[in-house]
Design a protein around this ligand. Structure first.
Ligand SMILES: Nc1ncnc2c1ncn2[C@@H]1O[C@H](COP(=O)(O)OP(=O)(O)OP(=O)(O)O)[C@@H](O)[C@H]1O
Ligand SMILES: [Mg+2]
Length: 266
């Protein structure tokens, strides 16, 4: 079954088309990654899918039913979004994670139980009473993710969930998130510019370039043999070039004896 379907989506901003997606479907229970460079339109697409931003044209269907802007509040309650910039409230970690449940009218006892479970799962139980503004950016990411997952959403929208994490934290966090998503089978749309994140988490990947999906398929297939030449070029360019030492800049140094030498020596 399709959880989400997009038809003829267009977004124009400041007189310019920034997104044009004729068709996109997200299967129930899958993790779909949207991969593309800065400015490709990834966050715009995610916000449209989450009904947080209104497209210029097009339709979004949720479980086969077309969504209207009037459904936004009800729909947002069935989904959860992790924004690119973590937006935490100026209160404790615990309260940050509890707020969404409180807004949804969950009773106190149940809030305490669910918040406890998610603080534990994300390894931030010891931070429960800390003020959110004192957290490191990696810790803040975990709190943002707990805030989204505690809602037990039917659809999860993640915008660059690993931004601002150092390499070891990113690896640990990726493993944990992959395990969580596997266990929960929550339909997830993950936006990123990083192919390693796609490989760690997604079932399928859509390559978004300049507002258009140029390739869509199973992660291994797209990475191993992209069919679209633009997608292929982007995926190749995503690998960092090796520095060639022989081209490293060097300087002429005068030694104390007055002779000139290259530094570093070749
Ligand atoms: N309100 C707006 N007015 C004008 N241009 C906009 C507006 N909102 C977004 N854009 C432009 O639309 C394009 C897509 O933006 P978007 O934030 O979706 O990109 P992105 O793929 O998420 O990039 P990043 O990887 O940097 O987060 C960008 O070129 C951006 O400057
Ligand atoms: Mg973005």
């Amino acid at each position: 079954m399709m959880a989400l379907e997009v038809a003829d989506l267009r977004v124009e901003r400041a007189g310019r088309a920034i997104l044009a997606v004729p068709r996109l479907a997200v299967e129930a229970g899958e993790v779909l990654a949207v991969l593309g460079p800065n400015g490709a339109g990834k966050s715009t697409l995610l916000r449209c899918l989450a009904l947080l931003e209104r497209p210029t044209a097009g339709a979004i269907r949720f479980l086969g039913r077309e969504l209207s802007w009037r459904d936004a509040v009800t729909y947002r309650r069935r989904t959860a979004t992790l924004f690119q910039e973590p937006l935490l409230l100026d209160t404790t970690v615990e309260q940050n994670v509890a707020t969404g449940l409180r807004l949804r009218g969950v009773v106190d006892k149940e809030i305490t139980r669910r918040v406890g479970v998610w603080l534990e799962r994300l390894g931030i139980t010891l931070l429960a009473r800390r003020a959110a503004h004192t957290l490191s950016s990696g810790e803040a990411r975990r709190v943002s993710l707990a805030r989204a997952l505690v809602l037990d959403p039917e659809v999860l929208f993640l915008d660059e969930p690993f931004a601002a994490l150092d390499v070891p934290a990113r690896a640990t966090f990726a493993r944990e998130l992959a395990a969580l998503l596997d266990a929960q089978r929550t339909t997830t749309v993950l936006v990123t510019h990083d192919r390693a994140e796609v490989q760690a988490l997604a079932d399928r990947v859509a390559v978004l370039l300049a507002g258009e999906i140029v390739e869509l398929g199973a992660v291994e297939r797209v990475f191993a043999e992209p069919r679209d030449p633009r997608a292929a070029a982007f995926l190749r360019a995503a690998e960092l070039p090796q520095r060639r030492r022989s081209n490293a800049p060097c300087a002429m140094l005068k030694s104390r004896t007055g002779e000139e030498r290259l530094w570093p020596e070749r």
